[in-house]
Design a protein around this ligand. Structure first.
Ligand code: ITT
Length: 199
């Protein structure tokens, strides 16, 4: 089976990526290759950061490399945390730290002022081409966490489509409407085609 390197060490993302890609490719990650320092995410956009990670992955492994960069954009906060979602409450912030900071920033605003978009860019670099796909999910930020599934900001992200928080949804439900699920769905058939062209 063709191997696809997914340039992330985030096991929560990996679990979702593996579930969505299914048996179409063999996914290997940062946990399966000799360690290398992860490149600094110095880009100003999700796409720039996804490309930084995918290019480094390809340079290090020689395998077609996929990278995910995700951001939560909250309208009332001018699009924050956006590209800084992983380090919103500081370098090495935990998921809980970031959620706490987000709830503090939003304070007692009513739901109507808590609109948010999860956006995910997936970039693939294989030595011949650089391609990317984007997926988005719309919702609102709840005033307190609900549910225990998923990860990151899932407990406070209420999905309009699912009518519950991502952390109250099953993995299948989340993947069917999520930013990551959507980016990957449009990638699946193309990845198979791209990989079958690689000698
Ligand atoms: P890699 O760069 O190694 O892929 P990361 O955790 O640093 O992993 P990002 O830079 O893309 O990933 O940061 C996105 C942050 O947004 C992540 O740490 C989570 O806190 C959050 N996040 C990403 N996808 C999410 C999802 O599906 N549901 C909830 N929160 C998510």
């Amino acid at each position: 089976m063709r191997k696809l390197f997914v340039a992330t060490g985030n096991r929560d993302k990996l679990r979702e990526i593996r579930a969505i890609l299914g048996d179409s490719v063999e996914v290997v990650s940062l946990h399966d290759v000799p360690p290398y320092p992860e490149p600094a995410e110095t880009g100003e956009t999700l796409l720039e950061n996804a490309l930084i990670k995918a290019r480094e992955g390809y340079a290090r492994t020689g395998l077609p490399s996929l990278a995910d960069d995700t951001g939560l954009e909250v309208e009332a906060l001018g699009g924050a945390p956006g590209v800084f979602s992983a380090r919103y409450a500081g370098e090495n912030a935990s998921y809980q730290d970031n959620v706490r900071k987000l709830l503090e920033e939003l304070g007692s605003r009513p739901l109507i002022e808590r609109s948010a978009t999860f956006r995910c860019v997936m970039a693939l670099v294989d030595g011949e081409r650089e391609v990317w796909w984007e997926g988005a999910a719309e919702g609102v930020i709840l005033s307190e966490p609900k549910g225990t599934s998923g990860f990151g900001y899932d407990p406070v992200f209420y999905s309009y489509e699912l009518k519950k928080s991502f952390a109250q949804a099953t993995a299948e439900e989340k993947n069917s409407v999520s930013h990551r699920g959507r980016a990957l769905q449009s990638l699946v058939s193309e990845v198979q085609q791209l990989l079958s062209n690689i000698k």
